[in-house]
Design a protein around this ligand. Structure first.
Ligand SMILES: NC(=O)c1ccc[n+]([C@@H]2O[C@H](COP(=O)([O-])OP(=O)(O)OC[C@H]3O[C@@H](n4cnc5c(N)ncnc54)[C@H](O)[C@@H]3O)[C@@H](O)[C@H]2O)c1
Length: 374
């Protein structure tokens, strides 16, 4: 039996609530599958640790994580700690330190969940947003001078490198090629940003030559928001910079019903380091502790994690169970239901175990008929 070492970092706000639910369904899956087990180590890193010790994680945190096959992450951010400290103290050092340069964000309208868009239902919105996750606007370059004085300056420099842009374009074209529609939209802002973004466009055109079977087009990011709302069916795979995709994927989550159903994988495609899987939402201070956080995004990212680990059947089984439960109307309040987090987790675990019963019955029937023939 294969054992995967998983580092769980629930962190802040609703993070621990959704990661707990996620681990329950992962355990149900490994019991159901029987072919793999998960050896989970939980880390208490996050804002509480920062308030006690001055650091969100220990100095050798990334080094400790290297021993794991994958990282299962909740959310980081607390009302009484500045957001740039929490983000740069935990999540970004892991993404950037492990060169998880492809941030993969699938979005679709799950059965039973209503999009806020009129006349748009399941099947009309089925996208994967690929976010460049290692440089661009979040490269951390810039600074402040003359702090607090009237002449103070602050710079935030977006960095685009040929290596960085080429590898994310290649990843996105390859992903588009693997999907039935073979359709990619490259998001840009090269009208106003005439250096890095023009290079971004040029490299997209160069890389496209390696994928003649992929149809692709280019959209300015502002026009892209309109297209996502007005013509969601016209999109399939989307690639965008770190900042653009950050914003567009929140819009995508909302159009699919709620931020609570939107997952993300921070992938190191070369598998030099563990990849990290998380819901795209944050700590959600407004619902923390109420037990009503939607765990679907976390279940979906758990499926992404299983897929990445090579357990594609288990990943498919998990998503089938999630879709069944959503279609049955077992939903949290953010998507119009009245169930709580635990009830959704219980329903998904039951659906997973139910599939087990059906399969076992089928196996038993087959065994009996073979015995009868024999
Ligand atoms: N990856 C991350 O760790 C991450 C991402 C975004 C924001 N944050 C941090 O989280 C904190 C709060 O940020 P925010 O309010 O801008 O964004 P948020 O995603 O935490 O919440 C936005 C809204 O969506 C709702 N929501 C989010 N997830 C939900 C879920 N699973 N179920 C039901 N409703 C859900 C919230 O209740 C809230 O109304 C900030 O400190 C921010 O920096 C962290």
């Amino acid at each position: 039996m294969k054992t995967y070492k998983i580092a769980a970092i629930p962190a802040d706000g609703i993070g621990p609530e959704v990661i707990d639910a996620g681990l329950q369904v992962l355990n149900a899956l490994s019991e159901r599958d029987g072919g793999f087990r998960l050896d989970v180590t939980s880390f208490d890193w996050g804002s509480d640790r920062y308030k006690k010790t001055g650091a969100l994680m220990p100095e050798d945190g990334p080094e400790q994580l290297k021993a794991f096959d994958a990282i299962f992450f909740g959310a980081v951010g607390a009302p009484d700690v500045p957001d740039h400290i929490t983000l740069w103290g935990l999540r970004l050092p892991i993404c950037q330190g492990f060169d998880q340069y492809a941030n993969v964000r699938p979005t679709k309208i799950l059965p039973g969940i209503k999009s806020p868009l009129a006349n748009v239902g399941t099947g009309d919105l089925d996208w994967v947003i690929v976010r460049e996750n290692s440089e661009g606007e979040y490269s951390g370059h810039g600074g402040r001078a003359h702090k607090g004085l009237p002449e103070e300056v602050g710079t935030e420099v977006a960095i685009f490198t040929r290596v960085g842009v080429t590898r994310i374009m290649r990843y996105a074209f390859k992903l588009a090629q693997s999907r039935p529609r073979k359709l990619l939209t490259v998001v840009t802002k090269s009208n106003a940003q005439r250096h890095g973004m023009v290079m971004w466009d040029e490299i997209a055109a160069e890389v496209s030559k390696e994928f003649p079977d992929v149809t692709w087009d280019k959209m300015l990011v502002d026009a892209m928001t309109v297209r996502m709302v007005k013509h969601p069916q016209s999109l399939d795979t989307i690639v965008a910079t770190n900042l653009h995709a950050d914003i567009l994927s929140d819009l995508a989550g909302a159009l699919a019903g709620s931020l609570g159903v939107a997952p993300t994988g921070n992938i190191d495609p070369e598998r030099r380091f563990p990849s990290m899987f998380e819901p795209i939402h944050g700590s959600a201070f407004d619902i923390t502790g109420m037990g009503i956080a939607n765990p679907v995004a976390t279940f979906w990212t758990a499926a992404q994690m299983l897929e990445h680990l090579g357990e594609a059947d288990a990943a498919k089984r998990l998503m089938t169970a999630v879709e069944q439960v959503c279609a049955q109307g077992v939903l949290t309040p953010d998507v119009g239901g009245s169930a709580n987090t635990q009830q959704v987790a219980d329903a998904v675990c039951a659906a997973i175990r139910g599939a087990n019963d059906v399969t076992q019955q089928a196996v038993e029937t087959a065994r009996r008929s073979v015995a009868a023939i024999g």
